[in-house]
Design a protein around this ligand. Structure first.
Ligand code: NAD
Length: 284
């Protein structure tokens, strides 16, 4: 069964014209970064940490200088991500892109590992922990470009944008913070166009990211305000295939948004799919 699904997914990739991959925290657990909602996830083990995380964006809006002072002191929930390295799942997606089989990776992860693995077209839906973003013009800066410690010592926090003087915040999208407009636009362009979506290691519980598979499934009808969910869901796009790779079924599996799920680790399943498309791409 498992092997059949690997072959079926390789067939779909070989036949696809515009495949995209969506990823979540699950693809990085094999790099030693915990997820949030898996059995050993951060929220699963420490629900209080989730409640605190919900307050971050409000704190930034009401007191950006205090937000930055605290951020400079606090330890990241995910630990020190500087030394983390991509795993076989990240590398498999990067190679699928370089061979032309997937057009982009849209990730919820903030850990920079798809970029480290060599994927060129990465949309970081929830930002990147190593970047800082202007909340007015969305310009991103590498964290190393801004001397936050100096600004703190000079009591000049929050940092300001060199281009528009807007306030800078961490590029990470906090709970209740809107997704940056450029990210929404680019993601929708890919999702509306895709004929194959690989969804790797996400519980698909965080919105609006979790809507992307449903948008792929129902296309523009999803946005038709005249139609109820029951009405638009009578018209799935049969030309779109949606495949999940996850250690456990998700809401997308249970609601039938995905066509099927391959139960397994992304670091094991994705390299097997890659191996098959490489051997069979020239009709071998
Ligand atoms: P999640 O924790 O809600 O779900 C992770 C899913 O992946 C679970 O269903 C889990 O069973 C599965 N999983 C775990 N390891 C796996 C593996 N090796 N192979 C296949 N499946 C595996 O994560 P989410 O859906 O991405 O949502 C969490 C939010 O937290 C995201 O918005 C993300 O921004 C953030 N986050 C990011 C990181 C990171 O950057 N690495 C880590 C934790 C959380």
């Amino acid at each position: 069964m498992f092997d059949d699904l690997i072959t079926k997914t390789s067939d779909l990739l070989l036949a696809s014209r515009y495949a995209v991959a969506l990823t979540g925290a699950g693809i990085s657990t094999e790099s030693g970064i915990p997820d949030f909602r898996g059995p050993s996830g951060i929220w699963t083990k420490n629900p209080q940490a989730e409640k605190i995380a919900y307050k971050k964006y409000g704190q930034f809006l009401s007191d950006p200088a205090g937000y930055w002072s605290e951020a400079l002191e606090a330890e990241s929930l995910l630990g020190n991500l500087e030394g983390t390295a991509p795993n076989a799942g990240h590398y498999a997606l990067a190679e699928m892109e370089s061979l032309g089989f997937i057009k982009c990776v849209i990730t919820q992860n903030i850990d920079n590992l798809h970029i480290k693995a060599g994927t060129r077209n990465v949309i970081e839906y929830h930002g990147n922990v190593f970047k800082i973003r202007c909340i007015s013009c969305n310009r991103r800066y590498a964290k190393s470009e801004i001397d936050l410690e100096r600004l703190k010592n000079e009591k000049s926090l929050p940092p300001l944008c060199r281009y528009c003087n807007g306030i800078l915040k961490s590029d990470i999208v906090h709970f209740e913070e809107p997704i940056p407009e450029d990210v929404i636009r680019q993601s929708l362009q890919h999702v509306m166009r895709c004929d194959l979506m690989l969804i790797c290691g996400t519980s698909a519980l965080v919105y609006p990211f979790a809507e992307l598979p449903t948008i792929a499934r129902f296309g523009s009808r999803y946005f038709d305000s005249e139609l109820s969910a029951a009405e638009y869901s009578y018209h799935p796009k049969p030309s779109v295939k949606i495949v999940e790779i996850n250690k456990e079924p998700t809401t997308l599996t249970l609601q039938g948004i995905s066509d099927y799920i391959i139960i397994g680790k992304t670091g094991e399943v994705l390299p097997k799919i890659l191996e098959q498309i490489k051997t069979r791409r020239h009709g071998v």
